[in-house]
Write a protein that binds this ligand. Sequence first.
Ligand code: AMP
Length: 407
Amino acid sequence: MLVLVINCGSSSVKYDLIETKLEKGICKGIIERIGAVTSIIKHQPENGKTVKDTKAINNHSEALQEIMNYLLSPENQIVNSPSDIKAVGHRVVHGGEMFKDSVLIEDNVLEAIEQAIDLAPLHNPPNLKGIQAAQKYLPDVPHVAVFDTAFHHSLPAEAYLYGIPNRLYRRYKIRKYGFHGTSHYFVSRQFYKLTNKPVEETKVISCHLGNGASIAAIKGGKSIDTSMGFTPLSGLVMGTRCGDIDPSILFYLVEKEELPLNNLHALLNRHSGLLGLSGYAADMRDLIAEAKNGDRRCQQAIDVFCYKVKQHIGSYMASMNGCDAILFTAGIGENSPLIRSKSLANLNFMGIEIDEEKNNAVKSGVLTKISTDDSPVAVYVVPTNEELVIAIDAAKIAQASAQSPWI
Ligand code: AMP
């Protein structure tokens, strides 16, 4: 089934056209800087040459129109008619407590995603805009919402409750939700294909280390803990997000710098993390290059990042009483031997031993084992594919809805 996957940020729309039966990408692309004077457009057909362009794209609806025009243009020979696209899968960041699985988007679902805006003010509004725009250009196909939070619905109360008055959980649903669920789901499933153990007996730690970063403890196929929390701000140090900090720092800062709340929000979300620590860059490649040139702050930022990864791995080993495999994925996890090696250094007492030769030889996009043959815990680099998970879920739900006499 041909499925269009849409992933909207506040000023960007990413898309992937996927043939789900063959698990094959047909065309993908991104429109960035939506609303700026010039937006950047990129289309990458699987069997054709990449097209880059710039023009003014004012909103998400115009971005969707641009994408549809490209896909439907007879010149590009990608899709003959809109009816060839049988479903649209939308990445939705926050599903709150309501959505434990992907769902067909109907009016009540849109309302519920709107209600979850309170919980994800940065992410859910552009996700909604993307849904509305795609429904305008593809009104006759099923649209499906796939939630970043859904995979973590299996967290036990001891992992998702914070140590605050329980009435705040009951009244406002303040709890750990967790994110990057489709990625943790995908890479753990790739590992299950490699092991003879029944899934129910497996224990996996999945490290999604990208610009946003999170780690999940996955026991018996289910997420039992994860580093992000009520929002994607907590846990590891990220590109520009602070990760876990002592909440008292906020009161202290408000007093010392007389910061209004929205500045505090920007400080922790956009000016912290690797960028804040190094004072130089949020991008790990830039930090590694500068650290090699002797920049002390860039080196410190890398050290802090790896230390937090190591701490989380240790704590999830404790939560699960050991683990069978540690999986590294996303931009940093898939591409940086240095960060993988530093994050797992001196963990041989836990049965984790990296083979540095294998670690350094990992090829981009190739699933690779990087632990020694004797290492009790296996370590793999697993390329993630969140878009494929979204496409397959959308295809399943679209098929079921076509067969249901009730819809
Ligand atoms: P993502 O958000 O998954 O696209 O990951 C983006 C992050 O991956 C950025 O911090 C990049 O610098 C980092 N990254 C990509 N390639 C490499 C590499 N070869 N070495 C280190 N970091 C990398």
